[in-house]
Write a protein that binds this ligand. Structure first.
Ligand SMILES: [Zn+2]
Length: 192
């Protein structure tokens, strides 16, 4: 079981005093997909870890968290091992089946080309290693590439219509990577 992806910078979260912001070993084996979020700010990736230590609104004993964040220039941070459940959507039934990625953007802002490429890289890994289909997910029971507001819990403007539409580019990039892989396997086999 891989706990940390090979192409990320690790900023491991620690439990904030008196608060729970993730659950060790809480991730289920049947992963439904990757949910897109925006940070609604322009923080550096290492400082996002600090935001996760703040209490959740109305829940002083709970903190929020996410597995991943991607900077405007495409750097990927990972904050929790893949086996831990994050407190991103409902801190319970949804979060135990979905990985979440926070792209650094304010409301109304689109993802940069680098963020699209890095989100595709992350999603490709889930497609290849977690049996997630390379498709759009539009409701909580779907599988594939989803987004926060489709769960209708908290933040209705996360990640916003522009980012929701940009999923098409992410799916296309992953399809291209998968097709390239098939082509290279065919080339290998044709040499036998
Ligand atoms: Zn969100």
């Amino acid at each position: 079981m891989v706990d940390w992806l090979p192409f990320v910078t690790q900023y491991p979260l620690t439990e904030a005093a008196g608060r729970t912001n993730y659950l060790v070993g809480g991730m289920r084996s049947d992963i439904r997909g990757l949910a897109l979020h925006i940070t609604d700010g322009h923080s550096e990736l290492q400082y996002i870890r600090g935001h996760f230590s703040h209490p959740a609104k109305g829940h002083p004993n709970w903190g929020v968290s996410a597995h991943f964040a991607i900077s405007r220039n495409g750097d990927i941070a990972q904050y929790l091992p893949l086996t831990a459940r994050a407190n991103t959507i409902d801190s319970y039934q949804h979060d135990q089946h979905w990985y979440s990625v926070e792209n650094v953007a304010v409301r109304g802002e689109s993802l940069t080309p680098q963020q699209i490429a890095s989100t595709a890289r992350l999603f490709l890994w889930l497609v290849q290693n977690k049996n997630v289909p390379n498709t759009l997910a539009n409701v909580a029971t779907d599988r594939g590439l989803g987004y926060h507001s489709m769960f209708h819990i908290g933040h209705p403007s996360c990640p916003g219509q522009g980012v929701i539409r940009q999923r098409d580019q992410i799916i296309a990039a992953v399809a291209q990577a998968l097709a390239g892989e098939v082509a290279s396997i065919r080339r290998d086999l044709s040499g036998i």
